[in-house]
Design a protein around this ligand. Structure first.
Ligand code: NAD
Ligand code: 6OD
Length: 513
């Protein structure tokens, strides 16, 4: 597997976009569910609109699943657990997952078209991260599962004999996979791939904003030979809708969720009565720390990506920057130049480096933070509003990349996750001060440090309370490493062998021999 895919970095090579077309299932209106190996469109359901965020135009309508649809999907997933899926040996299960990965690659252009029309993200991003990572997730977990072995412990018995304790991993059962909209295929497959590798079956509830790639994946699962019922998709919203029905369904064994912290709290309440296991990847308010000895250009470039990539809609985005005082002015100015050079426009154009926000609701939310920053007396270094866009993008959900200085650390802007292309910048004077500033948050997902002093990097990195700290890089990660958040940024770790803790149930069989 190429390194750049395993590590998931934002790299850049030219793409051939000339062959990007829609897969036929996306022409079916309203967009159907995928249950028990078939696309299904039950009658009498509500529908909702799927809007292209770059143009503000309608892509298609989508069926909203009700409690019966969730019941249908969960029952199919349960039945599949009793079928051929359970008896497939691990080598063959891994082979099927590799086939899924190969088919995603083969249908890359359709996945790209679907992801881009759902999200408006630039092809440079979707083509190098979202779609290849979707395939890589299946390869990585296929290989992880093949390398597992069962543990044994021999022990004497009171009668002078011997017993063998055999620790076996069993699939947990039916897993509910509830997903966000920011990296739709990438984050869904990050959960579906390990769940299937461990022998579970899944019911996926994609975000209501981005239902397309999860739907396309149904066709790929069939083509790869994954048995019916192993992978199911039902569309809809969260509270009092599809998502809540799924989390509450009594025959779901565990819920893996990525999204907002407050949604995680709601899901926890939904599963409490049935004591279902949860794995949560939640929000963040990630600090970036730039020391005066950093490679200046590298730090500006990397920090800029960490703020503006995917229009700031990455849970790992930097929303607070602390710059060592001697380089504060120069760094702020250079970052503002980067922000001003971002290119908005046709998401399929190679030169486009910044897409829109996901929806008008989300743009209103981000703009309300922009207004609040001004009310609080922030110095707006760059941006601060919504740009005028030319036809055909004038009704899309575009926004200006924005940088502020001068706000108090206790202000809403510095404390709350905004999830837009914006960041507050503040000077610092010493390590003690910056470690305290970085940790002064209810979140603990990620941090980024820029320095050429390895000793200092190590000292500071270990003192920041978060799931991942990058030094002189950002969004670079081997998929076998643990991923997750401290504090209110999550529960549990997923990635490589760490995913097995959630997607399997351990059993000890004590054999007296
Ligand atoms: P969200 O929490 O609004 O929605 C995520 C999913 O949960 C959607 O499918 C939604 O329909 C569903 N949902 C909402 N309420 C529900 C309920 N009560 N019961 C069941 N399902 C429910 O999040 P979002 O707006 O889609 O994504 C943005 C958020 O996700 C940000 O906070 C971001 O930080 C976070 N995020 C975290 C990570 C991570 O790895 N830590 C990754 C990506 C996004
Ligand atoms: O790299 C990953 O596996 C991962 N879960 C990334 C999350 C990105 C959040 O938006």
């Amino acid at each position: 597997m190429p390194d750049e895919i395993v590590q998931g970095g934002f790299l850049g090579n030219a793409l051939d976009n000339s062959r990007i077309t829609h897969m036929s299932i996306l022409n079916q209106n309203p967009l159907p569910f995928f249950i028990n190996g078939q696309y299904v469109s039950p009658t009498g359901r509500q529908t909702f609109e799927n809007i292209n965020p770059a143009s503000g135009t309608l892509n298609f309508d989508v069926l909203e699943g009700n409690a019966d649809d969730i019941d249908h999907a969960v029952n199919s997933a349960r039945s599949a657990l009793a079928g051929p899926w359970t008896n497939i040996d691990v080598d063959n299960r891994a082979r099927l997952l590799h086939k899924v990965a190969d088919l995603i690659d083969k249908h890359r252009d359709e996945f790209l078209a679907a992801e881009i029309s759902d999200t408006g993200k630039p092809v440079q991003l979707a083509g190098h991260i979202d779609i290849p990572r979707g395939a890589a997730n299946f390869r990585v977990f296929a290989d992880v599962i093949k390398s597992q072995s069962d543990e044994t412990f021999r022990m004497p018995t009171p009668d002078g004999g011997e017993a063998i304790n055999l620790t076996v991993r069993k699939p947990k059962g039916v897993i509910a996979v509830i997903c966000p909209w920011n990296l739709p295929l990438l984050l869904m497959t990050w959960k579906v791939a390990p769940a299937l590798a461990c022998g579970n079956t899944v019911v996926v509830k994609p975000s209501e904003e981005t239902p397309a790639t999860a739907t396309l994946l149904g066709k790929i699962m069939n083509e790869a030979g994954i048995p019916p019922g192993v992978y199911n998709v039902v569309h809809g919203f969260g509270p009092d809708s599809t998502g809540e029905h799924l989390a509450r369904h009594p025959d779901v064994d565990a819920v893996t969720f990525t999204g907002e912290t407050k949604t995680g709290a709601a899901i926890m309440k939904s599963v409490a009565d049935d004591i279902k296991d949860v794995s949560f990847e939640l929000g963040g308010k990630n600090p970036g720390v730039i020391f005066a000895d950093a490679d200046f250009e590298q730090a500006v470039e990397g920090t800029s990506r960490s703020i503006f990539a995917n229009c700031g809609q990455v849970c790992l985005s930097t929303e607070r920057i602390y710059v060592e005082r001697p380089i504060f002015d120069r760094f702020t100015e250079a970052l503002a130049e980067r922000a001003s050079s971002l290119v908005r426009g046709d998401p399929f154009a190679e030169k486009t480096s910044m897409g829109p926000l996901i929806s008008s609701v989300h743009r209103d939310k981000v703009l309300s933070y922009y207004r609040r920053a001004t009310e609080l007396g922030a110095n707006v270094i760059v941006g601060g509003g919504a740009p005028e866009m030319p036809t055909p993008w004038q009704h899309g959900y575009w926004i200006e990349p924005t940088l502020w200085t001068g706000l108090d650390e206790t202000s809403q802007i510095v404390k709350e996750e905004i999830f837009g292309p914006c960041c507050h910048i503040r000077p610092f004077d010493d390590i003690e001060e910056v470690v305290n500033l970085a940790n002064d948050t209810e979140y603990g997902l990620a941090a980024t440090l820029w320095t050429q002093d390895v000793k200092k990097a190590n000292q500071v990195a270990t003192r920041i309370d978060c799931g991942i700290t990058w030094v002189n890089c950002w969004f670079l990660r081997d998929l076998r490493t643990p991923f997750g958040g401290a504090k209110k940024s999550g529960i549990g770790r997923e990635g490589g062998e760490y995913s097995l803790e959630f997607y399997t149930e351990l059993q000890n069989i004590c054999l007296k021999v």
